[in-house]
Design a protein around this ligand. Structure first.
Ligand code: BG6
Length: 483
């Protein structure tokens, strides 16, 4: 039997972003407001410990009434709306094969429920795709990356409203028709599991308006899953060559100890995390979920045909973000550390990032093997990276810590490929510094390209190549052989 030596020839190396974290121009050329436009930058010392990403209906009203003075960095991004040509030229210099971006839904349908699309919004993405094509960079496009149009929040409390399914499908159909032949890789919802951790972020759901917020977030999830399947159906009709993927924030849990209680707890946490890909890939809710709902007072309203729709249109590939692993324990005691919208007991074997996220390169090999064994569908790492403080010294940024993080993860990913995992590509998160999703900081930097802008919005916006730029360029040039 022949063994696999390394990454395949057409491996999709590149980087990943989201419209709301880079574009800016939040109210230009007909764009409507979206969930991200109401997320304020709150300095660390003033941030509440639990779920500072959730926005309330009162805060939104105050902002709309001009009674709330704050900074909203996702309205500014890094001005990619105006700098996309220069930025894409830098991605080309890195040798990118693929670039992940999202379409800001409210640029196309300003309120979400409009009958006709906004031509200026469609034209912007025409230009971006044209620019990518110039360098043979394949766009990988997310339809919804925490960007629910405000009109849908106001009218339906976001994805709680079943009506949003039709609005989403109309939006999907519009962009599939417009960009047919130009975009080969689509995905419906970024990190679809986030809707149950931060309903506002994931689904524009204002939990303070709901009697049973947990029930509401799972109802909203069901609507997203049905919408995702219906969008997949549309894509197959409009552009049969294109591929549809789902996207999960993979949160691999290890048992804190080898006690059977902790092992079971870890299994349960992993089952809950994999619920989303189970539905997307297998077309069915897993059995454990029925008991979970019953025990948590969750009753999902479904319409006739919903389950058949989920079954009929599964995704072509499974994509994931991976930043860290977590520990599951039966006991509440122990030191806690931060994570991507989840805290965890501290793992004594792992170091943490400047933001407390546990760094675990071997975890990527473990989870890729797990996911491949479970689904046997092509996998795609569409986010991974280190958010860190960078220092500019004489116009240079010596980010050895980032090179160290990425090289160890890519090395373990290569091991997974040699284990036999079918991996389509690797897209590093934030190849150019961008606004942080969870903290709205600029100082939490992931890029190979530095952007001169600080947390208060000051700076020239100048782009500077960090040391990791030359390093990643060589990784791509050698197809991951030299790390
Ligand atoms: C992922 C999101 O969860 O993590 C991105 O899809 C986000 O939008 C990334 O930016 C990193 O998180 P943060 O909070 O460091 O920006």
């Amino acid at each position: 039997m022949e063994t696999i030596k390394g990454f395949k020839e057409n491996f999709l190396w590149g980087g990943a972003t989201a419209a709301n974290q880079i574009e800016g121009a939040f109210d230009l050329d007909g764009k409507g407001l979206s969930a991200a436009d109401f997320v304020e930058y709150i300095p660390k010392e003033k941030r509440s410990k639990d779920n500072h990403m959730e926005v309330t209906s009162k805060v939104i009203q105050d902002i709309l009434d001009g009674k709330h003075s704050g900074r909203f960095p996702k309205r500014e991004g890094i001005d990619f709306y105006h700098t996309y040509k220069e930025d894409i030229a830098l991605f080309a210099e890195l040798g990118f094969k693929a670039f992940r971006m999202s379409i800001h839904w409210s640029r196309i349908f300003p309120n979400g429920y409009d009958e006709a699309p906004n031509e200026a919004g469609l034209a912007f993405y025409d230009n971006v795709f044209k620019e990518l094509k110039k360098y043979n960079i394949e766009p990988v496009v997310t339809l919804s990356h925490y960007e629910t149009p405000y009109g849908l929040i106001e009218k339906y409390n976001g994805w709680v409203g079943r009506e949003v399914i039709d609005h989403f499908v109309r939006y999907a159909e519009t962009v599939f028709n417009r960009y047919k032949g130009q975009v080969k890789y689509w995905m419906t919802f970024n990190e679809i599991n986030i809707i149950n951790l931060s309903p506002y972020t994931g689904g524009g759901v204002l939990s303070d308006l709901e009697d049973n917020p947990k029930q509401a977030s799972y109802q909203a999830l069901h609507h997203q899953l049905v919408a995702s399947s219906l969008a997949t159906k549309k894509l197959k009709e409009i552009d049969p060559e294109a591929k549809m993927g789902c996207m999960l924030a993979r949160m691999l849990h290890y048992p804190n100890t080898c006690s059977p209680q902790d092992v079971r707890k870890a299994q349960f946490e992993n089952q809950k995390n994999l619920l989303y890909t189970d539905v997307h890939a297998r077309g069915e809710y897993p059995n454990f979920f029925k008991r979970f709902c019953a025990e948590n007072n969750i009753e999902i309203k479904m319409e006739d045909g919903d389950l058949e729709t989920l079954k009929a249109y599964p995704v072509d590939y499974i994509s994931m973000s991976y930043y860290m692993t977590l520990l599951a324990s039966d006991s509440p005691d122990g030191e806690i550390t931060e994570g991507n919208l989840m805290t965890s007991l501290k793992n004594p074997y792992l170091e943490t990032s400047d933001w407390g996220w546990q760094i675990d390169p071997i975890g990527i090999r473990t989870l890729l093997n797990d996911m491949w064994d479970r689904y046997q569908k092509p996998l795609f790492i569409v986010e991974n990276g280190l958010g860190a403080y960078d220092k500019v010294e004489d116009g240079q940024i010596h980010d050895t810590y980032r090179i160290d993080y990425l090289s160890k993860h890519i090395e373990q990913m290569r091991e997974a490929v040699k284990d036999g995992v079918d991996l389509m590509g690797y897209l590093a998160w934030g190849p150019i510094d961008l606004v942080s999703m969870s903290t709205s900081e600029m100082s939490k930097r992931y890029g190979f390209i530095y952007v001169d802008k600080d947390d208060d919005g000051n700076g020239t916006g100048e782009r500077i190549r960090k040391d990791s730029f030359a390093w990643y360029k060589n990784v791509i040039a050698t197809n991951g052989e030299e790390l």
